[in-house]
Design a binder for this molecule. Structure first.
Ligand SMILES: O=C(O)CCc1cccc(O)c1O
Ligand SMILES: [Fe+2]
Length: 318
């Protein structure tokens, strides 16, 4: 078995705006199980599909997806800043093979990532640079988005590229499930907001503080039931997890980006990272989900979920 998977929600509000202690303990337990899954698999490479929240990727040059052949974390919220341990050769191989397979994957030799990629690395490995990694940015926050089928095909191309490597590769998908945090849209934005979305790198302290305050206030309102953001959608989340667990990934092809946003909030697009990771896993054979955790946690603005999966040796067709 050379591929395994862990997909998980992220939230910058973890540790910042805590739900009840029993909920925190339950999530800690679920994360500990995910870490055990990772430790037992003992990957020598991690490929992480993750979004960005206008911290590293902006409308000044916005690819639908981009592999990082070099990358650094900007260190937003409570995540560490600094270089990721990018496996440049593996990234360039993935890039070449995805292009050869007809996927218009972009590349960055100096990608900037935010908590969407840094937090799962810290949760699963203890730090952003503990394990060689290939980060794959998936645009989830900056419309317009292309058909969901394209992200499934991207995942398959990446999976094929890594499964022939003979290495033990952990596939990670970061984000979702349902949630609607206050991320501004370019359409209808004021000139100042538009500038932040087009080229908002290295924001000043006031800009960061305003943003943090807005996100925390939204989380508190969501938990109090007084928010005008979209509510979490546990039934939609359950359907997503069941479709993934059953390996029916092409069913997502008919889910339009508009469906995702309307049913589960604007950031539900982050489920794209899960579809990519599962599609990559599926290139190694039939897979089996080994654990699933779910709880809607409004304090974190997250339909919070974790899934782990392995290639099912019994079902592998040779
Ligand atoms: O704009 C920001 O920095 C916060 C984004 C954000 C907020 C809540 C839940 C999330 O999953 C998330 O990514
Ligand atoms: Fe996010």
């Amino acid at each position: 078995m050379t591929l395994a998977l862990c997909t998980l929600s992220h939230s910058p509000l973890i540790g910042v705006n805590q739900p009840a202690p029993d909920v925190v303990a339950e999530v800690d337990g679920a994360l500990a199980r995910a870490r055990e899954h990772v430790r037992a698999f003992s990957p020598d490479l991690a490929v992480i599909f993750g979004p960005d929240h206008f911290n590293g990727v902006f409308y000044d040059m916005l690819p639908p997806f981009c592999v990082g052949a070099g990358a650094e974390s900007i260190g937003d919220w409570r995540t560490s800043a600094g270089p990721l341990a990018v496996d440049t050769e593996a990234a360039r191989t993935i890039h070449r093979q995805a292009l050869a397979a007809g996927l218009d994957l972009a590349v960055s030799e100096r990608m900037q990532v935010d908590h969407g990629i840094a937090q799962p690395l810290e949760f699963l490995f203890g730090s952003i640079d503990a394990v060689p990694v290939v980060p794959v940015f998936v645009n989830c926050a900056a419309p317009p988005l292309g058909p969901t089928e394209r992200i499934r095909l991207l995942g398959e191309a990446v999976g094929r590229a890594v499964s022939v490597s003979g290495r033990r590769v952990l596939l990670i998908g970061s984000g979702g499930l349902s949630h609607d945090p206050p991320i501004p849209a370019l359409e209808g934005a004021s000139p100042e907001v538009a500038e932040r979305l087009i080229a908002g790198r290295n924001p000043d302290e006031d800009t960061v503080a305003t943003r943090v305050a807005r996100v925390v206030a939204t989380a508190q309102e969501l938990a109090a039931g007084t928010s005008d953001r979209a509510p979490l959608a546990p039934e939609w989340d359950a359907e997503v997890m069941e479709t993934l667990a059953r390996g029916r990934l092409s069913e997502f092809d008919s889910w339009s980006p508009e469906d995702f946003a309307a049913e589960a909030g604007n950031a539900a697009h982050e489920v794209r990272t899960w579809i990519a990771a599962f599609a990559a896993l599926g290139t190694a054979g039939a897979y089996r989900v080994t654990s699933t955790y779910y709880r809607p946690i409004p304090e974190w603005i997250a339909g919070f979920a974790i899934m782990t999966a392995v290639v099912d040796e019994q079902k592998v067709t040779r």
